[in-house]
Design a protein around this ligand. Structure first.
Ligand SMILES: NC(=O)c1ccc[n+]([C@@H]2O[C@H](COP(=O)([O-])OP(=O)(O)OC[C@H]3O[C@@H](n4cnc5c(N)ncnc54)[C@H](OP(=O)(O)O)[C@@H]3O)[C@@H](O)[C@H]2O)c1
Length: 276
């Protein structure tokens, strides 16, 4: 297998461009999925408090054939844990549940603008980073105004903004916003609930390259230059999702995929999402 490319974050740490997300994987399944993914070559594991499986994700990490230092482990501070003290506690609790003494990346999961606590939450992340509990800090689902407020009020730019990106919701303006601020973009729900698998441009690219629609979509993400964290519980899918490093989409195919954007989200809108 070709090595997975790494992206350099604005704090100097390296983020694997391709990883696995563990949302909606139950506790019984998570350890096997994580350890299989690592055995196959995945090094980036994207978790979160709200996924409810941090402990079993940690179990998978311990069962995996790679020492912890070789892995890149992410968690996220959930909406109900925003606020300075609550965020500190949330990071400590995630570390304890996963069974690690540091996380590679912690993100504020959603901005929750009505709560208006993301700046003080961000200060807690900065302190956790400075205390060595977290290597890199970032955000998720932050719009340009949320990013600019964090930067203006704390002078610390997030290393990562994890946002929804898939063929039907390409989020090009927000990707450009991240780029302009030196923030690495990471794509969630990268396969877009399979809704574009039958699009003729994807079918044609899959046929030409001898790959599957999912592989074409993941390759499209890599060629756009951001990080991507597809989820799968199946060994066959984990294997094929990794097997996207040895083919290339042409400029024409990339341009054709760009036309699939319909500004159609799979997930919630960060402006209104405030769930506890
Ligand atoms: N920050 C946020 O707000 C946020 C929001 C949503 C998600 N996320 C993160 O992003 C990760 C990925 O997003 P997601 O889980 O929503 O969706 P996804 O990765 O786009 O899609 C997962 C679905 O695609 C299927 N799949 C995977 N590989 C496939 C393949 N090669 N061929 C066909 N089907 C395939 C999986 O089924 P099988 O299991 O059967 O393979 C699963 O049903 C999450 O796990 C989570 O870590 C973050």
């Amino acid at each position: 297998m070709t090595d997975i490319p790494q992206l350099t974050l604005n704090d100097g740490f390296k983020l694997p461009q391709l990883g696995i997300g563990v949302w909606q994987i139950d506790d019984a399944t998570t350890p096997g999925v994580v350890s299989t993914a690592v055995e196959l070559g995945i090094r980036l594991i994207d978790g979160a408090f709200i996924y409810g499986n941090e402990a079993s994700m940690g179990e998978g990490i311990r069962q995996s054939p790679i020492p912890r230092e070789g892995l890149f482990v992410t968690s996220k501070v959930w909406n109900a844990n925003q606020g300075h003290a609550a965020a500190h506690n949330a990071i400590e609790d995630s570390l304890n549940r996963i069974g690690l003494d540091y996380l590679d990346l912690v993100l504020i999961h959603w901005p929750c603008p009505k709560r208006d606590q993301y700046v003080e939450t961000w200060r807690a992340l900065i302190e956790a980073r400075d205390a060595g509990k977290v290597r890199s800090i970032g955000v998720s689902n932050f719009n340009p105004d949320h990013l600019d407020r964090l930067i203006a009020e704390t002078a610390v730019t997030p290393a990562v903004n994890q946002i929804e990106i898939n063929p039907r919701f390409q989020n090009a303006d927000l990707r450009a916003t991240n780029d302009a601020r030196g923030i690495v973009t990471q794509a969630w729900t990268p396969l877009g609930n399979s809704k574009s698998f039958d699009a003729p441009v994807i079918r044609a690219a899959a046929k030409r390259t001898g790959t599957s629609p999912a592989q074409v979509i993941l390759r499209w993400h890599l060629q756009l230059g951001h990080s991507v964290i597809p989820r799968s519980t199946k060994r066959t899918h984990l294997t094929s999702n990794l097997d996207i490093l040895n083919f290339h989409l042409s400029d024409t195919e990339m341009a054709a995929l760009a036309t699939l954007n319909a500004d159609n989200r799979c997930g919630p809108d960060p402006i209104t999402f405030e769930a506890d």
